[in-house]
Design a protein. Structure first.
Lengths: 257, 313
């Protein structure tokens, strides 16, 4: 469903510090996949997500989504079919608006933001139902400003909000990294449950090797702008954390560390 | 006593008419976090548009709507400079308000039938007794103009207009579009994720804010009886100080709408200025007092915030 073809991406282009991150990078996401992306810092994980979402543009190459070339499509236009949850829980919600107001906005995604009342009272029950699946008691705090919630609660809400309307691709950008171990575990379970229920194609960047092994149908490891490992199916099911750690050491030795 | 009532008269009139600028700043400064300097120009533009139309015989309510639209357009230009050309907020305001100095002067002189090459003697528009402004037409004419030294007609008319604009803003902020504007100020990335262009929300917010400033300009023109080219000076400070005083004094009052806080803030600010006049401070000191009051408002609102922060921590 999503194809990156011959992508080139440079940083500090035209200066002596020019760094080539992607050089003819190819990557394909198939419909229904839940892909975990791992890799060390600077390997190109976040740049990959930013290219897909349109936060940055490639220097060359094409991004094809369901047969359409979206390489030059604005980020906000891509948001119609792409949902994203960031590492920072603050990014996915508006702190000064209540849970209901945040959800009412998300509920209207893709439609016209005109002069009709923002909150439709008939939908509030539905919002409560959606938040109750987080198991954090958010459904009893619907009129609380989101800024007053904890990081975990905000991230759970961001996750619900990201997929309130029918999106085709969900991007998770280290979305559990800023949370404590217990909360991070809960959010990951919630994520998995939601993805399974809706069957959304997902791309998740994580530094948590256990999450990468336990969840998802495909795993890729990035290194210096290349996919050096791409495992799916039966092979993915058999994969252990030790296998992955072994890979990481191999890379380190190659680099002479 | 009469002297006191006289001061009260001015305080309420000015409080209500400047409250509309402050409500405009509630959108640009509080919601969008954009210190908009365009206001100095758009207040005068609103006055000029209103004055020219009313002297030409246009219905004063229509003239006021026209003033709003003029402010709306110039505010949108500030927004476009910022969003499309990526110019910093302060500079956008400076650029547009500088250009507006000429725009306002040219409009005035040409509108009054003067000659631009001349000495600019026609740079003032008279909206005095013979001109049918809001306060000289129905329904305001039902109210008396003198009641123990105060002018109920002006005060009540301005009060009603301020309340109308307050209610419009309150209702707007509860609509889908209004909520999107609040989101754009709060977390622009969130608006992007809603598949909306956050830049457009910003432009719209600045346009509305300046529309409000222009309406205020139309009221100032009526209150003073004329429109001169220096009318906009000091309006940024008046608007922002009223806003900040209102929000910091009443910020903790539950169930009070921010727009109500802003109107009360504007009256408090005018009361402080009125008190200085009452004490016999010459009006030449006015702008110094305004600057000092604004500084105090900024410092005090900061103090209140840190106190609250400490309690929470």
């Amino acid at each position: 469903m999503l194809e990156l073809k011959n992508i080139k991406k440079y940083f500090n282009a035209g200066t002596v510090d020019q760094v080539t991150l992607f050089d003819n990078f190819d990557f394909t996401v198939n419909s229904g996949e839940f892909i975990s992306v791992i890799g060390s810092n600077g390997s190109g994980k976040t740049t990959l997500l930013n290219l897909i979402c349109g936060s940055i543009a490639p220097d060359a190459g094409n991004i094809i989504f369901e047969g359409k070339d979206i390489t030059l499509l604005d980020e906000y236009r891509r948001a119609k079919f792409i949902g994203r949850v960031y590492q920072d829980p603050k990014m996915g919600t508006c702190p000064d608006l209540t849970i209901i107001e945040n959800m009412a906005l998300a509920d209207n995604k893709g439609k016209n933001f005109g002069l009709s009342p923002a909150v439709n009272k008939k939908r509030i029950e539905y919002y409560k139902e959606l938040t109750s699946q987080c198991g954090m008691g958010l459904e009893n705090r619907m009129n609380v400003k989101v800024g007053a919630l904890s990081g975990g609660q905000r991230q759970a809400l961001a996750l619900v909000i990201a997929q309130m309307t029918d999106i085709k691709l969900l991007i998770l950008d280290e979305h559990t990294a800023a949370l404590d171990p217990k909360t991070s575990e809960n959010i990951m379970k919630l994520t998995d449950k939601m993805i399974r229920e809706k069957g959304i194609t997902t791309l998740m960047v994580t530094h948590n090797l256990r999450f990468a092994v336990e969840y998802g149908s495909r795993l890729i490891m990035m290194h210096e702008g290349k996919c050096i490992t791409d495992i799916s199916g039966k092979e993915k099911e058999k994969l252990s954390i030790d296998d992955l750690l072994g890979k990481f050491y191999e890379i380190s030795i190659e680099k002479g560390n | 006593m009469l002297e006191f009532l006289g001061s009260l008269d001015v305080i309420l009139q000015d409080g209500f008419m400047y409250a509309i600028i402050a409500m405009g700043y509630y959108i640009s400064y509080t919601i969008l976090d954009f210190p908009d300097l365009t206001v100095e120009g758009t207040v005068l533009s609103g006055g000029v548009a209103f004055g020219l139309l009313v002297t030409a015989g246009v219905n004063p309510w229509l003239a006021m709507i026209a003033a709003f639209l003029v402010g709306f357009i110039f505010g949108a230009i500030t927004g476009i400079l910022h969003v499309k050309l990526k110019i910093r907020p302060l500079l956008c305001g400076i650029l547009v308000s500088t250009a507006l100095i000429s725009v306002n002067l040219i409009t005035t002189v040409v509108g009054m039938g003067g000659n631009l090459a001349g000495d600019g003697a026609l740079s003032t528009i008279d909206v005095g007794r013979s001109v049918p402004t809001l306060i000289r037409t129905f329904p305001a004419t039902l109210l008396p103009t003198d009641f123990f030294g105060i002018n109920p007609r002006k005060i009540i008319s301005f009060f009603i207009i301020a309340v109308i604009f307050k209610i419009i803003l309150d209702v707007y902020l509860k609509t889908k579009n209004g909520l999107l504007l609040r989101a754009a100020g709060n977390n622009p990335q969130f608006v992007t994720m809603l598949a909306k262009n956050e830049g457009r929300s910003k432009i719209l917010g600045l346009a509305i804010g300046n529309g409000y400033a222009a309406v205020s300009g139309a009221l100032i023109a009526q209150s003073r009886g004329n429109i001169n080219q220096g009318m906009g000076i000091g309006m940024i400070v008046i608007g922002l100080a009223s806003l900040i005083i209102g929000l910091s004094v009443f910020g903790r009052v539950r169930f009070m709408k921010p727009t109500t806080m802003v109107i009360l803030g504007s009256i408090i600010y005018q009361a402080c200025l009125g008190f200085a006049t009452f004490l016999g401070v010459p009006s030449a000191y006015n702008k110094i007092i305004m600057a000092v009051l604004f500084t105090l408002a900024l410092v005090l609102s900061g103090k209140l915030k840190t106190k609250r922060g400490k309690i929470n921590a």
